[in-house]
Design a binder for this molecule. Structure first.
Ligand code: G16
Length: 544
């Protein structure tokens, strides 16, 4: 059989292919434009020094266009000399499973197709990102190089071959490249079984402990069924919305109190199960609920860090903890108590990679519903759920009791994030520019009764490689220990999303509704940033 000829296709740079917080995210129709995905893929291959002879993992969250995009990428990978592509069966891999596979198989990295928690469909969102050999999202130096290459690209390489059948496991050839189609769940489930005390969690379920896991019609359905129902013995029906669909059942696969409302209502109502959780489109985010209680992602990070030694993987203790800057400082109190390092990074999981690789931290987390550890280099929704289960199995307390005891020991960092979505970019930029120009004059000034102690535009110097990242969000610290942070999202696909992160520490009095406890900080944020004037909105679109 003769090898298919490599076709070199002339192309022109496409504007706007700059990766954001987590890869390139655009409307699906933008990605579907002829040459759009091809250009970005070729730019990626070129920017990492070519892919001749390399091994790459390829998979995605199954959203609309996932299947076609994978075929395009595989043909281009073969034409560019990739030796082996490891592909999830049906083109499916959750983000943490892809990260694990990259590491497990010692590959040169991987391509993950997902727009995460953003809705899927022809009129919704699509995304693509590159993860390096450590399994983590490419650092800014690499994404900058990819972007630079997109601005000068003149051609891409592909093959003229029919689509591959990705539905059956095994090996097949595409040009000179071997395509290995693997079970997307098996290796990941085996990793989870090594990290956690599955016997203890099985006992917990056997004792009548009840749980619901909402996969939100997204990628974690098959993972959750295998791990929770098959391996841990949770009753059938524990996993809700467990069959992935290309448009996520028409929903918004973002595990937060707004988009996972039915699950929250279930947990706040009569007869709620003991525990509930949800994950997002690509399986890296999580939401944790107990009967009558919603655990904020920031609190979840703190609780997981404080109790990690309940799980076999972490019995030796933690090397350190990292959190993104806007995440509440609840975890800092735990690090302080444990006498371990605490690192504050910009938003974006990629910033944790160096700290994890250098062994400085074991657990990382973000306010945006992400927690993870050094077992992979992505945040990991099911990992967080299993660590919670392991803790509940070891301590035999309810979620509400775990939280109450945690706050009694460490105090409570009340926390909330207000999002103003699809704001006209010039208005959102005007708000940020105004704040930036004000920061140096803020200390000493009072807003709605709170006096500013310090303010800055967060800048980060990576302690491992010395790289720097500036303009990562305006932090305003008040003299009562409260804090507000303003930044623009780097993952939206429409206009700008303004995120306002609100935090207030209470050494005692831990039982207030968060919006009540945060009312003074919310008022100060408005007085300071004139959010209503700039956005034209009377209230945030989403509060988490
Ligand atoms: C991505 C990043 C996270 C980040 C989140 C929100 O998550 O991996 O590190 O916290 O976006 O970012 P932003 O505030 O810029 O929108 P995911 O789950 O969307 O991949």
């Amino acid at each position: 059989m003769t090898a298919p000829a490599i076709r070199t296709v002339p192309t022109q740079p496409v504007e706007g292919q700059k990766p954001g917080t987590s890869g390139l995210r655009k409307k699906t129709r933008v990605f579907m434009q002829p040459g759009y995905l091809e250009n970005f893929t070729q730019a990626l291959f070129d920017a990492i020094g070519g892919v001749q002879g390399r091994t790459l993992v390829v998979g995605g969250d199954g959203r609309f266009f996932n299947d076609r995009a994978i075929q395009i990428i595989l043909r281009m990978a073969a034409a560019n000399g990739v030796a082996r592509a490891i592909v999830g069966q049906g083109g499916i891999l959750s983000t943490p499973a892809a990260s694990h596979l990259i590491r497990l198989r010692g590959t040169d990295g991987g391509i993950i197709l997902s727009a995460s928690h953003n809705p899927g469909g022809e009129d919704e969102d699509f995304g693509m990102k590159f993860n390096g050999p450590n399994g983590g999202p490419a650092p800014e130096s690499v994404t900058d190089a990819i972007f630079a290459r997109t601005t000068e690209l003149a051609e891409y390489r592909t093959l003229d071959t029919p689509d591959l059948d990705l539905s059956a496991r095994g090996e097949t050839a595409l040009g000179g490249m071997t395509v290995e189609i693997v079970d997307p769940v098996a290796d990941y489930a085996a990793l989870m079984e090594r990290l956690f005390d599955f016997a203890a969690i099985r006992d917990l379920f056997a004792s009548g402990f009840s749980m619901r896991f909402d996969a939100m019609h997204a990628v974690t359905g098959p993972y959750a069924r295998e791990i929770l129902e098959n391996r841990l013995g949770a009753p059938a029906g524990t996993v809700l919305n467990g069959t992935p669909s290309p448009d996520f059942g028409g929903g918004h696969p973002d595990p937060n109190p707004v988009w996972a409302r039915p699950l929250v209502d279930l947990m706040m109502g009569e007869g709620a199960p003991d525990f509930a959780a949800a994950s997002d489109g690509d399986g890296d985010r999580n939401m944790i609920l107990g009967r009558g209680v919603y655990v904020t992602p920031s609190d979840s990070l703190a609780v997981l860090a404080a109790n990690a030694t309940c799980a076999p993987a972490y019995t030796g203790g933690l090397a350190g903890i990292a959190r993104s800057m806007p995440t509440s400082r609840a975890a800092d109190r735990v690090a302080d108590r444990l006498g371990i390092g605490m690192y504050e990074t910009p938003t974006g999981w990629k910033f944790f990679g160096n700290l994890l690789d250098a062994g400085r931290v074991t657990i990382c987390g973000e306010e945006s519903a992400g927690t993870g550890s050094d077992h992979v280099r992505e945040k990991d929704g099911l990992w967080a759920v299993l660590l919670w289960l392991n803790i509940l199995a070891a301590r035999r307390l309810s979620v509400a009791e775990v939280m109450a005891r945690h706050w009694a020991e460490f105090g409570r960092n009340y926390y909330s994030r207000h999002d103003y979505e699809a704001v006209a970019a010039d208005r959102a930029n005007a708000l940020m520019d105004r704040l930036r120009s004000m920061t140096e004059f803020l200390p000493g000034q009072s807003f709605a009764g709170l006096t500013v102690e310090a303010a800055d535009d967060f800048a980060y110097a990576d302690p491992v490689d010395g790289s720097t990242s500036a303009r990562q969000g305006i932090r305003v610290m008040f003299d009562d220990g409260s804090r507000v942070v303003f930044r623009l999202s780097g993952t939206g696909t429409e206009g700008a999303t303004l995120r306002v992160y609100l935090e207030r520490f209470a050494a005692d009095r831990h039982d207030l509704p968060a919006d009540q406890a945060l009312a003074p900080v919310i008022a100060a944020a408005e007085a300071l940033a004139l959010i209503r004037d700039h956005t034209g909105r009377a209230a945030p679109d989403v509060t988490t």
